[in-house]
Write a protein of this length. Structure first.
Length: 169
């Protein structure tokens, strides 16, 4: 796979994940759940924009730099540390729809992460950095979604994710 094909494929993955989160924002009944989905949707919008910029950079210069990819989601390690501090108890209503949306999101994040891992493993060394950074970010996304699933099914809590600045991480 060429770098251009890899970037185009990454854009397709990110659009699919973005659309799932945007849909989840509309469908979620819980306010904190909507907030979590909204933060993740914004992340994916940023990823699509970033990849489109990298594609243009490749077409213009023939190379791609890995600078500028930020995340609003803490690292997997920080998420794991915070999991024990769940907030915002869910109301006593059925959360089956939110749980299904989270499971779908987790599947998409796993699929997207697997693509980035494949690119890191297969692309020439000078083309790996962009995809390596995405792989790190996807770990954080998977961790947040998994934490939501675990606590929704085990304790009935949303992980109250504060608004993060895209300047972080």
């Amino acid at each position: 796979m060429t770098l251009e094909e890899a970037i185009n494929t990454a854009i397709e993955y990110e659009i699919k994940v973005r659309d799932a989160y945007v849909d989840a924002v509309r469908r979620a009944k819980d306010e904190v759940g909507r907030k979590v989905f909204h933060v993740l949707a914004r992340e994916e919008v940023h990823h699509v924009e970033y990849l489109e910029e990298k594609l243009q950079e490749l077409k213009t210069t023939g190379t791609v730099t890995a600078e500028g990819l930020r995340t609003a989601i803490p690292s997997k390690a920080k998420i794991d540390e915070a999991v024990g501090q769940m907030k915002a108890p869910l109301q006593k209503e059925d959360r089956g729809e939110e749980l299904e949306m989270l499971r779908h999101a987790l599947d998409l994040e796993i699929e997207t992460g697997a693509f980035y891992k494949k690119m890191v493993d297969e692309l020439p060394v000078e083309e790996k950095p962009v995809f390596a950074r995405f792989l790190e970010i996807e770990e954080g996304h998977r961790a947040i979604v998994q934490a939501e699933i675990d606590h929704m099914t085990g304790m009935g809590f949303w992980f109250d994710m504060p608004e993060f600045s895209l300047e972080m991480g």
